[in-house]
Design a protein around this ligand. Structure first.
Ligand SMILES: CC(=O)SCCNC(=O)CCNC(=O)[C@H](O)C(C)(C)COP(=O)(O)OP(=O)(O)OC[C@H]1O[C@@H](n2cnc3c(N)ncnc32)[C@H](O)[C@@H]1OP(=O)(O)O
Length: 383
Protein backbone atom coordinates (compact mmCIF):
# COMPACT_ATOMS: atom_id res chain seq x y z
CA UNK A 1 0.00 0.00 0.00
CA UNK A 2 3.02 2.29 0.13
CA UNK A 3 3.78 5.13 2.57
CA UNK A 4 1.26 5.97 5.31
CA UNK A 5 -1.40 8.49 4.25
CA UNK A 6 -3.91 10.33 6.44
CA UNK A 7 -6.89 12.65 6.00
CA UNK A 8 -6.08 15.79 7.97
CA UNK A 9 -8.74 18.16 6.64
CA UNK A 10 -12.32 17.90 5.42
CA UNK A 11 -14.37 20.73 3.92
CA UNK A 12 -17.94 20.62 2.64
CA UNK A 13 -20.32 23.18 1.25
CA UNK A 14 -23.98 23.00 2.18
CA UNK A 15 -25.77 20.86 -0.39
CA UNK A 16 -28.81 22.46 -1.91
CA UNK A 17 -30.98 22.68 -5.03
CA UNK A 18 -29.39 25.89 -6.29
CA UNK A 19 -26.29 27.80 -5.18
CA UNK A 20 -27.06 30.97 -7.11
CA UNK A 21 -24.67 33.02 -4.96
CA UNK A 22 -21.47 31.36 -6.27
CA UNK A 23 -19.95 30.29 -9.56
CA UNK A 24 -18.41 26.82 -9.93
CA UNK A 25 -15.07 28.38 -8.98
CA UNK A 26 -16.60 29.90 -5.85
CA UNK A 27 -18.19 26.60 -4.92
CA UNK A 28 -14.99 24.50 -5.09
CA UNK A 29 -12.98 27.21 -3.34
CA UNK A 30 -15.45 27.27 -0.44
CA UNK A 31 -14.96 23.53 0.17
CA UNK A 32 -11.18 23.76 -0.30
CA UNK A 33 -10.79 26.65 2.16
CA UNK A 34 -12.78 24.73 4.79
CA UNK A 35 -10.57 21.65 4.31
CA UNK A 36 -7.41 23.78 4.66
CA UNK A 37 -8.78 25.39 7.80
CA UNK A 38 -9.58 21.98 9.31
CA UNK A 39 -6.01 20.85 8.50
CA UNK A 40 -4.54 24.04 9.95
CA UNK A 41 -2.73 24.65 6.64
CA UNK A 42 -2.72 27.25 3.85
CA UNK A 43 -2.53 27.05 0.05
CA UNK A 44 1.28 27.20 0.13
CA UNK A 45 1.42 23.92 2.09
CA UNK A 46 -0.29 22.01 -0.73
CA UNK A 47 1.94 20.24 -3.27
CA UNK A 48 -0.69 19.18 -5.82
CA UNK A 49 -4.42 19.30 -6.55
CA UNK A 50 -6.59 16.45 -7.84
CA UNK A 51 -10.06 17.42 -9.02
CA UNK A 52 -13.01 15.25 -10.01
CA UNK A 53 -16.46 15.78 -11.39
CA UNK A 54 -19.01 13.79 -13.35
CA UNK A 55 -19.42 14.26 -17.13
CA UNK A 56 -18.89 17.81 -18.41
CA UNK A 57 -22.29 17.81 -20.09
CA UNK A 58 -23.93 18.00 -16.66
CA UNK A 59 -23.10 21.73 -16.59
CA UNK A 60 -22.13 22.22 -20.21
CA UNK A 61 -18.71 23.54 -19.14
CA UNK A 62 -16.06 21.56 -20.98
CA UNK A 63 -12.86 20.76 -19.06
CA UNK A 64 -13.65 23.02 -16.07
CA UNK A 65 -10.34 22.01 -14.45
CA UNK A 66 -8.62 24.22 -17.01
CA UNK A 67 -9.96 27.39 -15.45
CA UNK A 68 -10.38 26.15 -11.86
CA UNK A 69 -6.62 25.88 -11.29
CA UNK A 70 -6.60 29.52 -10.18
CA UNK A 71 -9.52 29.18 -7.73
CA UNK A 72 -7.88 26.11 -6.19
CA UNK A 73 -4.45 27.62 -5.68
CA UNK A 74 -2.97 25.27 -8.26
CA UNK A 75 -1.19 27.81 -10.46
CA UNK A 76 2.41 26.64 -10.69
CA UNK A 77 1.60 23.25 -9.15
CA UNK A 78 0.65 19.86 -10.56
CA UNK A 79 -3.10 19.52 -11.07
CA UNK A 80 -5.05 16.68 -12.64
CA UNK A 81 -8.63 15.80 -13.43
CA UNK A 82 -10.18 12.40 -12.69
CA UNK A 83 -13.25 11.10 -14.50
CA UNK A 84 -15.06 7.86 -13.60
CA UNK A 85 -18.71 8.97 -13.91
CA UNK A 86 -20.64 8.86 -10.60
CA UNK A 87 -17.82 7.13 -8.72
CA UNK A 88 -15.46 9.98 -9.58
CA UNK A 89 -15.44 11.56 -6.11
CA UNK A 90 -14.12 8.28 -4.69
CA UNK A 91 -11.57 7.81 -7.47
CA UNK A 92 -10.39 11.39 -6.96
CA UNK A 93 -9.59 10.67 -3.31
CA UNK A 94 -7.78 7.47 -4.31
CA UNK A 95 -5.64 9.18 -6.95
CA UNK A 96 -4.70 11.81 -4.33
CA UNK A 97 -3.89 9.11 -1.78
CA UNK A 98 -1.74 7.21 -4.29
CA UNK A 99 0.39 10.33 -4.88
CA UNK A 100 1.20 10.31 -1.17
CA UNK A 101 1.51 6.54 -0.77
CA UNK A 102 3.90 6.50 -3.74
CA UNK A 103 6.07 9.19 -2.17
CA UNK A 104 5.47 11.72 -4.97
CA UNK A 105 3.98 14.44 -2.74
CA UNK A 106 3.58 15.21 0.98
CA UNK A 107 0.25 17.03 0.88
CA UNK A 108 -2.47 16.80 -1.75
CA UNK A 109 -5.75 18.68 -1.96
CA UNK A 110 -8.54 16.57 -3.45
CA UNK A 111 -11.77 18.27 -4.46
CA UNK A 112 -14.91 17.24 -6.31
CA UNK A 113 -18.08 19.10 -7.25
CA UNK A 114 -21.29 19.28 -9.23
CA UNK A 115 -23.49 22.29 -9.89
CA UNK A 116 -26.53 20.54 -11.28
CA UNK A 117 -28.70 23.64 -11.19
CA UNK A 118 -26.76 24.88 -14.22
CA UNK A 119 -28.07 22.06 -16.40
CA UNK A 120 -30.30 19.01 -16.29
CA UNK A 121 -28.40 15.82 -15.52
CA UNK A 122 -31.49 13.63 -15.85
CA UNK A 123 -31.86 14.57 -19.52
CA UNK A 124 -28.11 14.53 -20.04
CA UNK A 125 -28.21 10.91 -18.85
CA UNK A 126 -31.09 10.00 -21.18
CA UNK A 127 -29.12 8.49 -24.03
CA UNK A 128 -30.07 8.89 -27.69
CA UNK A 129 -31.59 12.34 -27.29
CA UNK A 130 -31.86 14.55 -29.25
CA UNK A 131 -31.48 12.28 -32.30
CA UNK A 132 -34.02 9.63 -31.38
CA UNK A 133 -36.50 9.05 -28.58
CA UNK A 134 -35.14 7.34 -25.46
CA UNK A 135 -37.00 4.62 -23.59
CA UNK A 136 -34.81 5.23 -20.55
CA UNK A 137 -35.08 8.54 -18.71
CA UNK A 138 -32.19 9.43 -16.44
CA UNK A 139 -30.25 7.24 -14.02
CA UNK A 140 -33.51 6.15 -12.38
CA UNK A 141 -34.79 4.82 -15.70
CA UNK A 142 -31.55 2.88 -16.19
CA UNK A 143 -31.36 1.37 -12.69
CA UNK A 144 -35.08 0.55 -12.12
CA UNK A 145 -34.99 -2.75 -14.08
CA UNK A 146 -31.92 -3.83 -12.11
CA UNK A 147 -33.87 -3.20 -8.90
CA UNK A 148 -36.87 -5.13 -10.19
CA UNK A 149 -34.56 -8.02 -10.98
CA UNK A 150 -33.12 -7.83 -7.45
CA UNK A 151 -36.66 -8.00 -6.02
CA UNK A 152 -37.45 -11.00 -8.24
CA UNK A 153 -34.29 -12.90 -7.28
CA UNK A 154 -34.39 -12.20 -3.56
CA UNK A 155 -38.15 -12.16 -2.95
CA UNK A 156 -37.74 -8.84 -1.13
CA UNK A 157 -41.08 -7.25 -0.20
CA UNK A 158 -41.98 -3.87 -1.75
CA UNK A 159 -41.61 -1.79 1.42
CA UNK A 160 -37.86 -2.40 1.87
CA UNK A 161 -36.86 0.54 -0.30
CA UNK A 162 -39.17 2.83 1.67
CA UNK A 163 -37.47 1.81 4.94
CA UNK A 164 -34.13 3.01 3.55
CA UNK A 165 -35.70 6.24 2.23
CA UNK A 166 -37.03 7.03 5.71
CA UNK A 167 -33.88 5.99 7.60
CA UNK A 168 -31.47 8.05 5.49
CA UNK A 169 -33.68 11.18 5.52
CA UNK A 170 -34.01 10.93 9.32
CA UNK A 171 -30.21 10.74 9.53
CA UNK A 172 -30.00 13.81 7.25
CA UNK A 173 -31.86 15.84 9.86
CA UNK A 174 -28.75 15.41 12.05
CA UNK A 175 -26.38 16.60 9.30
CA UNK A 176 -26.23 20.39 8.83
CA UNK A 177 -24.84 20.03 5.26
CA UNK A 178 -27.63 17.74 3.96
CA UNK A 179 -29.81 18.95 1.08
CA UNK A 180 -33.16 17.21 1.81
CA UNK A 181 -34.57 17.92 5.23
CA UNK A 182 -37.98 16.25 5.62
CA UNK A 183 -39.19 16.40 9.23
CA UNK A 184 -41.83 13.79 10.04
CA UNK A 185 -40.91 11.54 7.10
CA UNK A 186 -42.33 8.04 7.49
CA UNK A 187 -43.12 5.01 5.37
CA UNK A 188 -46.64 6.24 4.60
CA UNK A 189 -45.29 9.54 3.29
CA UNK A 190 -42.84 7.74 0.97
CA UNK A 191 -45.57 5.38 -0.28
CA UNK A 192 -47.86 8.28 -1.10
CA UNK A 193 -45.37 10.00 -3.42
CA UNK A 194 -45.60 9.55 -7.21
CA UNK A 195 -44.00 6.56 -8.92
CA UNK A 196 -41.14 7.85 -11.08
CA UNK A 197 -39.46 4.69 -12.36
CA UNK A 198 -41.24 1.57 -11.05
CA UNK A 199 -40.50 0.60 -8.22
CA UNK A 200 -38.74 3.91 -7.44
CA UNK A 201 -41.06 6.55 -5.98
CA UNK A 202 -40.25 10.25 -5.66
CA UNK A 203 -39.04 9.88 -2.07
CA UNK A 204 -37.05 6.73 -2.97
CA UNK A 205 -34.77 8.83 -5.16
CA UNK A 206 -31.94 11.25 -4.53
CA UNK A 207 -32.34 14.95 -5.33
CA UNK A 208 -30.25 16.90 -7.85
CA UNK A 209 -27.88 19.01 -5.78
CA UNK A 210 -25.25 21.72 -6.03
CA UNK A 211 -22.21 21.22 -3.83
CA UNK A 212 -18.52 20.53 -3.41
CA UNK A 213 -16.35 18.57 -1.01
CA UNK A 214 -12.59 18.70 -0.40
CA UNK A 215 -10.02 16.87 1.67
CA UNK A 216 -6.40 17.50 2.55
CA UNK A 217 -4.41 14.26 2.43
CA UNK A 218 -1.05 14.14 4.14
CA UNK A 219 2.00 11.91 4.36
CA UNK A 220 2.22 10.16 7.73
CA UNK A 221 5.18 12.23 8.97
CA UNK A 222 3.58 15.58 7.97
CA UNK A 223 0.27 15.23 9.81
CA UNK A 224 -1.26 18.49 11.08
CA UNK A 225 -4.54 19.61 12.64
CA UNK A 226 -6.51 17.58 15.15
CA UNK A 227 -7.09 13.83 14.86
CA UNK A 228 -6.15 12.28 11.49
CA UNK A 229 -8.03 9.48 9.73
CA UNK A 230 -5.54 6.86 8.52
CA UNK A 231 -5.99 5.24 5.15
CA UNK A 232 -6.03 1.46 5.72
CA UNK A 233 -6.92 0.26 2.23
CA UNK A 234 -7.82 1.60 -1.21
CA UNK A 235 -9.21 -0.10 -4.32
CA UNK A 236 -10.80 0.69 -7.67
CA UNK A 237 -12.35 -1.66 -10.22
CA UNK A 238 -14.12 -1.18 -13.51
CA UNK A 239 -15.98 -3.35 -15.96
CA UNK A 240 -17.52 -2.70 -19.38
CA UNK A 241 -21.13 -1.55 -19.38
CA UNK A 242 -22.15 -4.19 -21.93
CA UNK A 243 -20.66 -7.67 -21.70
CA UNK A 244 -22.31 -11.03 -22.12
CA UNK A 245 -22.96 -12.51 -18.71
CA UNK A 246 -22.37 -9.28 -16.78
CA UNK A 247 -24.41 -9.31 -13.56
CA UNK A 248 -25.65 -5.74 -13.25
CA UNK A 249 -27.54 -6.53 -10.02
CA UNK A 250 -24.49 -7.83 -8.16
CA UNK A 251 -21.52 -6.66 -10.27
CA UNK A 252 -18.25 -8.60 -10.11
CA UNK A 253 -16.31 -5.32 -10.12
CA UNK A 254 -17.94 -4.26 -6.83
CA UNK A 255 -17.26 -7.64 -5.20
CA UNK A 256 -13.60 -7.63 -6.29
CA UNK A 257 -13.11 -4.03 -5.18
CA UNK A 258 -14.52 -4.80 -1.70
CA UNK A 259 -12.43 -7.98 -1.37
CA UNK A 260 -9.27 -6.02 -2.26
CA UNK A 261 -9.88 -3.19 0.20
CA UNK A 262 -10.80 -5.63 3.02
CA UNK A 263 -7.65 -7.67 2.37
CA UNK A 264 -5.46 -4.56 2.68
CA UNK A 265 -7.25 -3.46 5.88
CA UNK A 266 -7.23 -6.97 7.41
CA UNK A 267 -11.04 -7.22 7.43
CA UNK A 268 -12.46 -10.75 7.22
CA UNK A 269 -16.02 -10.10 8.49
CA UNK A 270 -17.18 -6.64 7.31
CA UNK A 271 -20.46 -6.74 9.21
CA UNK A 272 -18.67 -7.21 12.53
CA UNK A 273 -15.31 -5.48 11.99
CA UNK A 274 -16.46 -2.25 10.31
CA UNK A 275 -18.10 0.30 12.62
CA UNK A 276 -19.82 2.52 10.05
CA UNK A 277 -20.16 2.67 6.26
CA UNK A 278 -20.88 5.51 3.84
CA UNK A 279 -22.12 3.78 0.71
CA UNK A 280 -23.34 5.28 -2.58
CA UNK A 281 -27.12 4.70 -2.47
CA UNK A 282 -28.85 7.09 -4.92
CA UNK A 283 -32.05 5.02 -5.08
CA UNK A 284 -33.22 3.45 -1.82
CA UNK A 285 -33.13 -0.15 -3.08
CA UNK A 286 -29.39 0.08 -3.58
CA UNK A 287 -28.84 -0.34 0.16
CA UNK A 288 -29.90 -4.03 0.26
CA UNK A 289 -28.24 -4.61 -3.12
CA UNK A 290 -24.89 -3.18 -1.98
CA UNK A 291 -25.15 -4.92 1.42
CA UNK A 292 -24.82 -8.13 -0.58
CA UNK A 293 -22.31 -6.85 -3.11
CA UNK A 294 -19.99 -5.60 -0.33
CA UNK A 295 -20.22 -8.80 1.70
CA UNK A 296 -22.27 -7.51 4.65
CA UNK A 297 -24.99 -10.06 3.88
CA UNK A 298 -25.26 -13.28 1.88
CA UNK A 299 -26.78 -13.11 -1.59
CA UNK A 300 -30.55 -12.63 -1.34
CA UNK A 301 -30.32 -11.64 2.34
CA UNK A 302 -29.45 -7.92 2.17
CA UNK A 303 -33.07 -6.79 2.48
CA UNK A 304 -33.42 -8.78 5.71
CA UNK A 305 -30.52 -6.86 7.23
CA UNK A 306 -32.14 -3.55 6.23
CA UNK A 307 -35.50 -4.70 7.61
CA UNK A 308 -33.89 -5.74 10.92
CA UNK A 309 -32.75 -2.16 11.58
CA UNK A 310 -29.05 -3.15 11.63
CA UNK A 311 -28.14 -0.32 9.22
CA UNK A 312 -29.91 2.41 11.27
CA UNK A 313 -27.86 4.97 13.20
CA UNK A 314 -28.42 2.92 16.38
CA UNK A 315 -28.01 -0.46 14.63
CA UNK A 316 -24.89 -2.62 14.79
CA UNK A 317 -23.66 -1.53 11.32
CA UNK A 318 -24.92 2.00 10.53
CA UNK A 319 -25.00 2.78 6.81
CA UNK A 320 -25.11 6.40 5.68
CA UNK A 321 -25.28 8.10 9.06
CA UNK A 322 -24.89 11.40 7.17
CA UNK A 323 -28.12 10.90 5.22
CA UNK A 324 -26.14 9.63 2.25
CA UNK A 325 -26.69 10.22 -1.45
CA UNK A 326 -30.45 9.88 -0.95
CA UNK A 327 -30.34 13.18 0.93
CA UNK A 328 -27.69 15.09 -1.09
CA UNK A 329 -26.44 14.25 -4.57
CA UNK A 330 -24.06 16.70 -6.22
CA UNK A 331 -23.06 13.73 -8.40
CA UNK A 332 -19.34 14.37 -8.97
CA UNK A 333 -18.84 15.20 -5.30
CA UNK A 334 -20.99 12.41 -3.86
CA UNK A 335 -18.27 9.75 -3.80
CA UNK A 336 -15.82 12.14 -2.14
CA UNK A 337 -18.49 13.02 0.43
CA UNK A 338 -18.82 9.31 1.28
CA UNK A 339 -15.04 9.05 1.74
CA UNK A 340 -14.93 12.31 3.75
CA UNK A 341 -17.83 11.29 5.99
CA UNK A 342 -16.07 7.97 6.69
CA UNK A 343 -12.98 9.98 7.71
CA UNK A 344 -15.04 12.31 9.93
CA UNK A 345 -16.52 9.30 11.73
CA UNK A 346 -13.14 7.78 12.68
CA UNK A 347 -11.86 11.25 13.65
CA UNK A 348 -14.87 11.55 16.02
CA UNK A 349 -15.88 14.74 14.19
CA UNK A 350 -19.24 13.79 12.63
CA UNK A 351 -21.27 15.91 15.07
CA UNK A 352 -24.85 14.85 15.71
CA UNK A 353 -24.61 11.88 13.34
CA UNK A 354 -21.42 10.55 14.95
CA UNK A 355 -21.48 6.79 15.54
CA UNK A 356 -20.19 6.24 19.07
CA UNK A 357 -16.70 4.75 19.19
CA UNK A 358 -16.29 4.43 15.38
CA UNK A 359 -12.70 3.32 14.68
CA UNK A 360 -12.97 1.73 11.23
CA UNK A 361 -15.13 3.12 8.43
CA UNK A 362 -15.80 2.21 4.81
CA UNK A 363 -16.25 4.80 2.06
CA UNK A 364 -17.81 3.56 -1.21
CA UNK A 365 -18.69 5.03 -4.59
CA UNK A 366 -20.05 3.59 -7.82
CA UNK A 367 -20.75 5.09 -11.19
CA UNK A 368 -21.60 4.66 -14.84
CA UNK A 369 -23.89 1.68 -15.41
CA UNK A 370 -22.80 0.23 -12.00
CA UNK A 371 -19.45 -0.44 -13.65
CA UNK A 372 -16.94 1.82 -11.85
CA UNK A 373 -16.18 1.18 -8.18
CA UNK A 374 -13.97 3.04 -5.70
CA UNK A 375 -13.62 2.23 -2.01
CA UNK A 376 -11.45 3.01 0.94
CA UNK A 377 -11.18 1.95 4.54
CA UNK A 378 -10.06 4.53 7.06
CA UNK A 379 -9.29 4.08 10.74
CA UNK A 380 -8.38 5.99 13.85
CA UNK A 381 -5.20 3.94 14.44
CA UNK A 382 -2.06 4.40 12.36
CA UNK A 383 -1.44 1.22 10.31
C1 LIG B 1 -24.39 7.51 -9.83
C2 LIG B 1 -25.57 8.39 -9.51
O1 LIG B 1 -25.43 9.35 -8.80
S1 LIG B 1 -27.07 7.95 -10.13
C3 LIG B 1 -28.16 9.30 -9.64
C4 LIG B 1 -28.06 10.48 -10.53
N1 LIG B 1 -29.00 11.51 -10.12
C5 LIG B 1 -30.30 11.46 -10.43
O2 LIG B 1 -30.75 10.54 -11.09
C6 LIG B 1 -31.19 12.56 -9.91
C7 LIG B 1 -32.58 12.05 -9.57
N2 LIG B 1 -33.44 13.13 -9.17
C8 LIG B 1 -34.11 13.93 -10.08
O3 LIG B 1 -34.01 13.70 -11.27
C9 LIG B 1 -34.95 15.06 -9.57
O4 LIG B 1 -34.44 15.54 -8.34
C10 LIG B 1 -36.45 14.67 -9.39
C11 LIG B 1 -37.01 14.12 -10.70
C12 LIG B 1 -36.59 13.60 -8.29
C13 LIG B 1 -37.24 15.90 -8.96
O5 LIG B 1 -37.15 16.83 -10.01
P1 LIG B 1 -37.59 18.38 -9.81
O6 LIG B 1 -38.90 18.42 -9.09
O7 LIG B 1 -37.44 19.04 -11.12
O8 LIG B 1 -36.46 18.83 -8.79
P2 LIG B 1 -35.71 20.20 -8.58
O9 LIG B 1 -34.26 19.90 -8.58
O10 LIG B 1 -36.24 21.28 -9.47
O11 LIG B 1 -36.15 20.53 -7.08
C14 LIG B 1 -37.45 21.02 -6.73
C15 LIG B 1 -37.66 20.85 -5.22
O12 LIG B 1 -37.86 19.46 -4.95
C16 LIG B 1 -36.90 19.00 -4.00
N3 LIG B 1 -36.54 17.63 -4.40
C17 LIG B 1 -35.81 17.26 -5.49
N4 LIG B 1 -35.71 15.91 -5.52
C18 LIG B 1 -36.35 15.45 -4.42
C19 LIG B 1 -36.57 14.15 -3.89
N5 LIG B 1 -36.10 13.06 -4.50
N6 LIG B 1 -37.27 14.03 -2.75
C20 LIG B 1 -37.74 15.12 -2.11
N7 LIG B 1 -37.57 16.39 -2.57
C21 LIG B 1 -36.88 16.55 -3.71
C22 LIG B 1 -35.73 19.98 -4.10
O13 LIG B 1 -35.02 20.03 -2.89
C23 LIG B 1 -36.44 21.27 -4.42
O14 LIG B 1 -36.92 21.85 -3.23
P3 LIG B 1 -36.49 23.37 -2.87
O15 LIG B 1 -37.05 24.21 -3.97
O16 LIG B 1 -37.13 23.58 -1.52
O17 LIG B 1 -35.01 23.42 -2.86
Amino acid sequence: MGNPCAVVGVGQTHYTTRRRDVSIAGLVREAALRALQDADLTWKDIDAVVIGKAPDLFEGVMMPEAYLADALGAAGKPMMRVHTAGSVGGSTALVGASLIQGGVHDRVLVVAFEKQSESNATWALSTHLPFSASLVVGAGGYFAPHIREYMRRSGAPAHIGHLVAVKDRRNALKNPYAHLRIPGIDQKMVESTPMLWEPIRYLDTCPSSDGACAMVLSAGDKVTGTTPAWVLGTAMRSEPIFRAGRDTVNPQGGKDCAADVYRQAGITDPRREIDVAEVYVPFSWYEPMWLENLGFAAEGEGWKLTESGATALDGDIPWNASGGVLSSNPIGASGLIRFAEAALQVRGMAGEHQVDGARRALGHAYGGGAQFFAMWMVGSDRP
